[in-house]
Design a protein around this ligand. Sequence first.
Ligand SMILES: [Zn+2]
Length: 349
Amino acid sequence: MSLPTIDTNHFTKFLVDLLNIASPTGFAGPAIDFVEKELSQFKQLELSRTRKGALVAKWTVENDLPPVALTAHVDTLGAVVKEIKSNGRLKLSRIGGIQWNTVETEGIWVFASKGEKIRGSVLIDTASGHVHGAAGSETKRNDEHMEVRLDARTTSEKETRALGINIGDCVSFDPRVEVTHGFIRSRFLDDKACVANIVAAIKSLTDANQSPARTVYFHISNYEEVGHGAAAGTPPEVAELVTVDMAVVGAGQASDEFNATLCIKDGGGPYHFGLNNKMRVLAEKHNIPYKTDVYIYYGSDGEAFWSAGGDVALALIGPGIDASHNYERAHMDGLNATTNWILAYLLSD
Ligand SMILES: [Zn+2]
């Protein structure tokens, strides 16, 4: 049986729109809303939110097979305002360990707690070449030396506070989305690409008038980048959980941007042998280009569920993402391979 067709134009548009919605962990509500609105057009899905704010979509199929689940996350790296400096600039506290060198000179938004959005950019505190000369490149890129310059007239803490900015306000970094020759380049393809894969698979099945082989829960999580995203929210009757998250691309890794990857082991240990083998058999049966790989500096939402006591068979698949947690890039080949793998899984019993 061949897999239903993927609407790649729709996939790309949905992904680009999602990438352009700021959603640092702790402030992912607007991205969850956007995914919920998209999924609400599929009338067979029953949508709900967990108390933590994750989105769960249930596709019920009438049979006696135990249900399965897939998860991906919309939250991203980001920051909050840690301190307002005496010169009116901001110090930040990072969310999810974004590395300062990757966002130096990046545009940002401060989401002031009273509702206003204030524009600015991230700079080192020795930014001007004409003032600091070579010292600027030697300054350590760390919490102490990186600051936000607001696009507002302020040179004091008082003036910055008068803009409505408070300690703890959320800060997002511009995604810089660009689609070129089959590549999609953007921050935070981790893990919005995989949310788009799941949505594309649901659309593809619906368009083809097909249903999954058994009841499925789709869990769109909102706290992954800090480690506990999908720890709760998957019901105990679920037998298998497939985490869909980026594959690691770079020196020493088997993954690349043109394949999907099955992760056998990451920083949290090995995944489930039986479900891994099921995923391999499905990939081979449907000629889905895939690699197997091991990720060193990596943990997943599926492991968060395991750590919280979840009793499921667990696997991790996803498209290769170059320069992850930096200026990321994916290719349509790896993205389509991932959607097809999800489709193959959904149609298998
Ligand atoms: Zn991720």
